[in-house]
Every structure is written in structure tokens, then in C-alpha cells.
Design a protein around this ligand. Structure first.
Ligand code: AMP
Ligand code: ZN
Length: 112
């Protein structure tokens, strides 16, 4: 499958790994928008949030808990933001779902 993040998961493309287990893979964003900016992705290829199935619910929950744990480990215990962009209209550029975790700076609201 011609998917950038599937290639990262299987090691075809290098990444700055933070954590992985059977279900998820977490790595630093290549173009960080905050002092801490990492991505948590399921190892299962799901193109967009619109393609999630009911059976994916525990997997997504595991992604969220992984994000929370790693955010704390990386020094973002005072606050961090989790973002998931769905489709081009929301700015999605890689079509394998991913959670952005941003921290260690004051974040503004609303986002652009
Ligand atoms: P989105 O625009 O929400 O689809 O986010 C995709 C993210 O993937 C962007 O923040 C990119 O900087 C990031 N990205 C693209 N290629 C790589 C890569 N090879 N390694 C790490 N992050 C990447
Ligand atoms: Zn993929």
C-alpha cells in the first residue's frame, strides 16, 4: 500500500520513534509546530476518521491513552493539545489517521 505512515510503521521510511506496541506507533513530527509535536497512529491502516468502524473504538481509545501518557513523559503535564484533521477541508495531508500532540508553548484558540 502506498501510504507514508504504513511505510514508517514497517521501517521503510525512517522516523524518530517514541513508543510502539502491537497496536500503536508514536513518533516525532518531521515539521514540528510546537517545541513538542508528536504523532500517535494506529498500526492498522485507516485512511480518515470517516473510515473508522465501530470495532475500531478500543484501538482509538488506546491511541488516546498512549497520547496522554507520552505527553506527560515528554514534559507536557501542564497542558497539551490533541488534533485530528479529517479530510482536506480540515487540513489532512497524510491519509492514515493520526493524532497530533502539541505542547510546551502557549497555544491559541481558535486554530486557523
Ligand atoms: P496532517 O496534515 O494532519 O495530515 O498531518 C500530517 C503530519 O505528518 C504533518 O504534521 C507532517 O509534518 C507530518 N509528516 C509528514 N511526513 C512525515 C515524516 N516522514 N515523518 C514524520 N512526520 C511527518
Ligand atoms: Zn497507512
Amino acid at each position: 500500500m502506498d501510504c507514508l505512515f504504513c511505510k514508517i510503521i514497517n521501517g521503510e521510511i525512517p522516523s524518530q520513534l517514541i513508543y510502539e506496541d502491537e497496536q500503536v506507533y508514536a513518533f516525532h513530527d518531521i515539521d514540528p509546530k510546537a517545541p513538542i509535536h508528536f504523532l500517535v497512529i494506529p498500526k492498522k491502516h485507516i485512511a480518515t476518521l470517516n473510515d473508522m468502524q465501530t470495532s475500531d473504538e478500543p484501538l482509538i481509545g488506546h491511541c488516546v491513552f498512549t497520547a496522554q501518557r507520552l505527553a506527560k513523559e515528554l514534559g507536557c503535564q501542564d497542558g497539551f493539545r490533541v488534533v485530528m484533521n479529517c479530510n482536506e477541508l480540515a487540513g489532512q495531508s497524510v491519509f492514515h489517521i493520526h493524532m497530533h500532540i502539541l505542547g510546551q508553548r502557549q497555544l491559541q484558540w481558535p486554530p486557523g
